[in-house]
Design a protein around this ligand. Structure first.
Ligand code: URA
Length: 278
């Protein structure tokens, strides 16, 4: 009985820490020196070159991928070629779903590509699916999504007049922050998704999408609320805070309220929204 209670406590500890899924059938002892037989999990996870070079010594837990595995650069090139060849959102979705370059796909349940209206003139780009999104295959269906719907409704928007995508279409295990390598490996797809949508206005939700797509190291608190121009197409983009951050820091909702009023003003000026809504 006591054994069962202890097990429950351990599982609760894991869940509270964000460890809510198993990556393999059997546990791995990460503390023993690696043997050189390829560890399937280590092979699946592409190493982050930035983090790798920053580390003073190679981690004993990391087993290098086998020589025949494609390199990070090859996978990036493949992502670029695939994304560029997509002539429509449906083609892009199919090409992304078949792409094996990003290790996150191996642990995800679904490829989460889009939600909202493909005819919309406003596109929101966020970071990556969470647990609920991974299970349902649609962006923003969990608690963050419910908050996002309220934010949109407050300025006269909903999922019929916005379109939603993510930089990463696969959930990082335990909702950890995606690595730079994972973002790079998937970036050609979101870039093409924006190109194919060609929206009049863009919103980047949260630090990962804003920093990655604007190619800046500035933090989200500095970036938010200021219109920038995205890509050669010069699409006006407004970076703002991520709804999941607002769930943890509700006092910051006032900043996002301001940002979405700003978005609404721009949408009215562009004739996307009539001036008498909200
Ligand atoms: N958070 C995101 O960044 N994207 C989703 O789709 C859901 C939660």
């Amino acid at each position: 009985m006591q054994h069962t209670e202890t097990l429950k406590e351990v599982l609760q500890f894991y869940t509270d820490s964000g460890v809510d899924m198993a990556l393999d059938e059997a546990p791995h002892n990460r503390l023993v020196a690696p043997n050189h037989k390829a560890d399937p999990v280590a092979v699946v996870m592409q190493p982050d070159p930035v983090q790798q070079s920053a580390a003073a010594a190679p981690s004993p837990a990391f087993t290098p991928p086998p020589a025949e595995a494609k390199s990070h650069d090859v996978y990036i090139q493949e992502a670029k070629t695939r994304a560029a060849s997509a002539a429509s959102l449906d083609e892009l979705r199919a090409l992304l779903t078949e792409y094996e370059g990003c290790g996150l796909k191996k642990t995800a349940t679904n490829t989460v590509f889009e939600d909202g209206n493909r005819e919309a003139r406003i596109m929101l780009v966020s970071e990556a699916p969470g647990r609920d999104e991974d299970l349902q295959g649609k962006p923003f269906v969990g608690r963050s999504g419910q908050l996002l719907d309220k934010i949109l409704a407050a300025v006269g928007l909903d999922r019929t007049n916005v379109y939603i995508g993510n930089v990463l279409p696969w959930r990082p295990p335990g909702n950890r922050t995606p690595t730079n390598a994972e973002m790079e490996l998937c970036k050609p797809f979101i870039t093409r998704q924006i190109e194919l949508m060609n929206p009049d206005l863009l919103v980047f939700l949260g630090a990962s999408s804003a920093k990655n797509l604007l190619e800046t190291t500035d933090g989200i608190l500095k970036l938010r609320g200021k219109w920038r121009s995205y890509s050669k197409a010069e699409i006006p983009v407004l970076p703002t805070l991520h709804p999941a951050y607002l769930l943890r820091q509700p006092a910051q909702k006032r900043l996002v309220w301001r940002d979405f009023l700003n978005l609404r003003k721009a949408a009215v000026e562009k004739g996307i929204l009539p001036s008498d809504t909200a």
